[in-house]
Design a protein around this ligand. Structure first.
Ligand code: GRF
Length: 200
């Protein structure tokens, strides 16, 4: 049995898609939600699934390192093998990256390296691109810079606005992310020498 922690700061629709997907799987379990926003809706979703939640505010700690040590201790006590970022609005520092090297992944609502950082959907609309999409990548110290595992394109129509493009992108995210998480946790895809490798 492999155990994952999902980190989220917000609504948690990806958390829910992942929780649902692994509910029926015997070999992978969502063991923990880590949330840095006490008011976030994702906490309610975790309650409904009976998934333990660690709500923790970085401002209650003297440094980023102290905050991440607390999160790391929680991950250790829930025997977390893999960390899945899903709308977690913080850069991961070395305190977490070192022990979970190659074992932290993230999802971003654009075809990286286009439109990293905040409001990728707004950035895509402002640039009037015809195609945007979803990227899933391993996490490094940078902002949305780690090695890319999977991408899926989404067409941007002239009539699309933030809401409609966001909905199309989220639909793709919810279908794609759980499957890619599963493949990573099962080591069908992994990081070797900074490169993404697929088991053949
Ligand atoms: C997703 O669009 C994800 O790509 C980005 O943050 C959003 C989180 O949405 N990193 P939700 O909280 O999972 O609904």
């Amino acid at each position: 049995m492999k155990r994952i922690a999902v980190f989220s700061s917000g609504s948690g629709s990806n958390f829910e898609a992942i929780a649902k997907y692994f509910e029926e799987k015997a070999n992978i379990k969502v063991a923990l939600l880590v949330c840095d926003q006490p008011q976030a809706y994702v906490i309610k979703r975790a309650e409904r699934f009976g998934i333990p939640t660690h709500v923790v505010s970085p401002k209650d700690f003297s440094s980023k390192q102290a905050y991440e040590e607390d999160v790391l201790n929680q991950c250790a006590s829930y025997k977390v093998d893999f960390i899945v970022l899903a709308g977690y609005m913080r850069l991961i520092g070395s305190t977490l990256l070192r022990p979970y090297s190659g074992k932290i992944m993230n999802i971003h609502p654009s075809l990286l390296p286009a439109f990293p950082g905040k409001d990728a959907i707004g950035q895509a609309l402002a640039d009037r691109v015809k195609v945007s999409g979803v990227t899933i990548h391993f996490v490094d110290e940078g902002m949305d810079t780690g090695p890319i595992i999977a991408q899926q394109a989404v067409n941007v129509e002239p009539e699309d606005n933030h809401e409609s493009l966001g909905a199309k992108i989220q639909q793709v995210e919810h279908a794609l992310y759980p499957k890619i998480v599963e493949q990573c946790v099962q080591q069908e895809v992994f990081l070797e020498g900074g490169q993404v490798q697929w088991q053949r």
